[in-house]
Ligand binder design. Structure first.
Ligand code: PGA
Length: 253
């Protein structure tokens, strides 16, 4: 059984005070048992947030990390540092990192391997650009991203990986992929993972959708057979908006 995961990617938003207020509102809400809730705040807020999450089921994630454990890498944050502040998930290869910070598939692969060694669950982001979709190479693009990102990773480790399908043209644009488009790609991702590993890994794999997920489209997206959750940007920055997504199930009833 795959348990739904709703993850909030705060990106470069929220100072410590705002972060603590937002998390407190989430802690005080009645969260549904059938959903795992994950928040990925900026690095500067991880420590204080971890302090107030002690008795909460909410999980803490980072938005990026370096693959080395320590050393002369000015400005970088290591997996051990993340573990030290209670992080159990890390977003790897978000399209903004690939686009603005030149992260290659090879670097993404290094980071995933390092996260796995340190017992941090990587959320591997894949997705095509608008040009790639319009040229009908979206599947080929995503397949290459998967093959490169998973190179050299054994199946027992691959079981720890979450994959987020985020079409670049749907991120922060208000344009969501239709639920059919999202589900088709999620199924394709699952099939590709089965080809690389086996059905054991692919059947248990969590595939999230990300790209303009909101309270009013969450139920429809989440009802798709191959979509197991959401990676939410903009709508995770306000407790009321994020809670609507987390409670998506109550909205359809
Ligand atoms: P969005 O971002 O929900 O604001 O489109 C999603 C993401 O980048 O993870």
């Amino acid at each position: 059984m795959r348990k739904t995961l709703i993850a909030g990617n705060w990106k470069m938003n929220n100072n410590v005070k705002d972060s603590l207020e937002l998390v407190s509102s989430l802690i005080n809400a009645q969260l549904p048992d059938e959903v795992d809730v994950l928040i990925c705040p900026p690095f500067t807020a991880l420590y204080p947030i971890n302090e107030i999450l002690t008795y909460s089921e909410i999980k803490l994630g980072a938005q990026n990390m370096h693959f080395e454990v320590s050393g002369a890498y000015t400005g970088e944050v290591s997996p051990l540092m993340l573990k030290d502040v209670g992080v159990s998930y890390v977003i790897i290869g978000h399209s903004e990192r690939r686009q603005y910070f030149n992260e290659s598939d090879e670097l993404v692969n290094e980071k995933i391997k390092s996260a796995l060694i340190h017992d941090i669950k990587p959320i591997l982001c894949v997705g095509e650009s608008l040009i790639q979709r319009e040229s009908n190479i979206e599947k080929e693009t995503v397949k290459n991203q998967l093959i490169n990102a998973l190179r050299g990773i054994k199946s027992e480790d691959a079981k720890e990986i979450v994959i987020a399908y985020e079409p670049i043209w749907a991120i922060g644009t208000g344009k969501t992929a239709t639920s059919e488009q999202a589900n088709e790609m999620a199924a394709f991702i699952r099939n590709t993972v089965e080809e690389i590993y086996d059905i054991n890994v692919s059947e248990n794999l969590l595939v999230l959708y990300g790209g303009s997920v909101k309270g009013d489209n969450a139920a429809e997206i989440m009802s798709q057979s191959d979509i197991d959750g959401a990676l939410v940007g903009g709508a995770s920055l306000k407790a009321v908006d994020f809670l609507k997504i987390i409670m998506y199930n109550n909205h359809v009833q």
